[in-house]
Design a binder for this molecule. Sequence first.
Ligand code: URA
Length: 227
Amino acid sequence: MRTTDQPAPSPSATANATRDDRQAALDALRAKYEQDAPHQHFVTAHTNIVFGDGSPNARLMFVGEAPGADEDREGVPFVGRAGQLLNKMIQAMGLSREAVYIANVLKTRPPGNATPTSEEARTCAPYLFGQIGIIRPEVIVTLGLPASRLLLDSTEPMGRLRAKWRVFTVPEGHDPDIVPADSVGQEVMVMPTYHPAFLLRSYTKENREKVWSDLQQVMEKLGLQPA
Ligand code: URA
């Protein structure tokens, strides 16, 4: 029980926070990211910060790799070709883009769309953990290897990571202005699947079926009906 001499918990971090509380906490986290600018420690090719997009109350969150040229231009994740495929996947799950939350491991575009190094991912990770801690999704779908490896602290290849439920636990040891203290230890079910950009490059029936079967497991967990 909280006594009067204890500070009020951040509203963002409580399980029953309102949508407005969560949006305010996400806005504050974005401002903190802009102030800290963790990407200053590595080379980027960005003009805009691409922080995240969607509902602060989302039950389902998607985590990709890093913004590309289209995302950098618009400041919104997954708006290019891979984003259009992701939108179709979300719709096929019976959801709208506005109902989910989409973020990336890196919030700025790497030069030549390079894969984030593990050091870059580690430097930016607390802000992603903060987004997860504020939103408290029931399920996270990690899109591709960098997001899957970061959240699952794994070095397994994508073919072995996908299709199986895993658990992400919000880690301790980060600045509470970035990762809400009340979210530390929170567990979220994770379904890793192939990145839509990989699917576009290898658009085979087999790969499409694999991704759809991963997403069907997510739909079953969340009680969603296909569109
Ligand atoms: N690929 C990603 O991983 N993220 C984006 O936002 C766009 C493409």
